[in-house]
Design a protein. Structure first.
Length: 278
C-alpha cells in the first residue's frame, strides 16, 4: 500500500456496511489512528485486524502528531478512523489532515457510511441542495441565535443532536421555524431500533415528548428549507389558511400562517385575495 494518510469510513451501526477496501486498508496500514481505541477495537476484532492502534482526537498533543509524522516520513501508511462513520464529519481529524498535507504527504479517502447522507437519502426531503450544520450550540441562547440565522435558508438543513437534548432542540426548532415546517427524525440508523419519521416540526416534538425511547441513541434531524417565493401551498396549508380567513381579516390570517410556517405573508395574502375574486 502506498505511503500516506488514509481517511477510512467505518459503519455507523451495522458492521455489514464495512467496505472490503476499508478492511484491506486497515489490515495493510502500518498504524491506525483512532478517535477512541477502546471503541475501535470492537470493529478491529470483528474483522481480525491486528494493526497497531493509537489514539488521535481533537485534544491529542504534539506527541501524537509526531508519531504519525514519523511513520509517514519512513514511508509508512496511517489509517485514520473515528468512532463511527466518516472521519472529520463532526468528528476529529481536520487538523491532522491539514498538517499531513503541509508536510507533503498524500491524503486519500476511503469512502463509506455517513449518518448525515444516509438520513438525507431516506428522508423524503429535497436532496438537490442541503446544508449540513452538525451539532447546534449546547446553550439555549446560542442555539436560538443560530437557528434565527438559519430560518431563512431555502435548502434542506441537517443537524446532529445529542439524545438528551433532542426534545429541547425540537422545541427550539418549532419556535424558530414554525411548527408546520416539514422535518424528519432519523434515529439509530442501520441499528436494531432504527427510526425514520417524517412530519411537521410540531408533530415530531410531540412524538419525542410522548416516547422517551426517542431520546436515546444517535440522532439526525433534517428540516425542509423555507418555502421560496411563489411556491404553491400544500392542500392542507391552503385549507388552514382559508379557515382562518373565515374568522379573521385576510392580513391577520396570512400573518399568523407566515409566522408559524416560514411562508411569505405576501404570498399568503395574495392567495386569499385571489380566492375572493373567483
Amino acid at each position: 500500500m502506498d505511503s500516506g494518510l488514509y481517511v477510512v469510513a467505518t459503519p455507523i451501526g451495522n458492521f455489514g456496511d464495512m467496505s472490503q477496501r476499508a478492511v484491506e486498508v486497515l489490515r495493510s496500514a502500518d498504524l491506525i489512528a483512532a478517535e477512541d481505541t477502546r471503541h475501535s477495537q470492537r470493529l478491529l476484532q470483528h474483522y481480525s485486524i491486528d494493526t497497531p492502534c493509537m489514539a488521535y482526537h481533537d485534544h491529542s498533543d504534539e506527541r501524537a502528531l509526531a508519531r504519525i509524522s514519523r511513520c509517514l516520513a519512513d514511508g509508512g501508511s496511517v489509517a485514520l478512523v473515528s468512532d463511527a462513520g466518516t472521519p472529520l464529519i463532526s468528528d476529529p481529524g481536520y487538523r491532522l489532515v491539514r498538517q499531513v498535507q503541509e508536510l507533503g504527504h498524500l491524503v486519500r479517502p476511503v469512502p463509506g457510511a455517513c449518518a448525515a447522507v444516509a438520513a438525507l437519502s431516506a428522508s423524503g426531503l429535497p436532496t438537490d441542495r442541503f446544508l449540513f450544520e452538525g451539532f447546534l450550540p449546547a446553550r439555549a441562547g446560542s442555539r436560538a441565535n443560530r437557528l434565527a440565522e438559519l430560518a431563512g435558508e431555502t435548502v434542506t438543513l441537517i443537524f446532529y443532536e445529542a439524545p438528551h437534548r433532542v426534545r429541547e432542540c425540537l422545541e427550539d426548532l418549532v419556535t424558530a421555524f414554525g411548527g408546520e415546517r416539514e422535518a424528519v427524525l432519523a434515529r439509530e440508523i442501520t441499528k436494531t431500533f432504527e427510526t425514520i419519521r417524517r412530519g411537521s416540526l410540531l408533530e415530531l416534538a410531540q412524538f419525542v415528548a410522548a416516547d422517551s425511547n426517542q431520546e436515546k441513541g444517535e440522532i439526525v434531524l433534517l428540516v425542509a428549507g423555507r418555502a421560496k417565493s411563489g411556491q404553491q401551498l400544500s392542500p392542507a396549508m391552503a385549507t388552514l389558511l382559508q379557515r382562518l380567513a373565515e374568522e379573521l381579516p385576510a392580513k391577520r390570517a396570512a400573518a399568523l400562517v407566515a409566522e408559524h410556517t416560514g411562508l411569505r405573508k405576501k404570498q399568503l395574502y395574495d392567495y386569499l385575495l385571489a380566492l375572493k375574486q373567483q
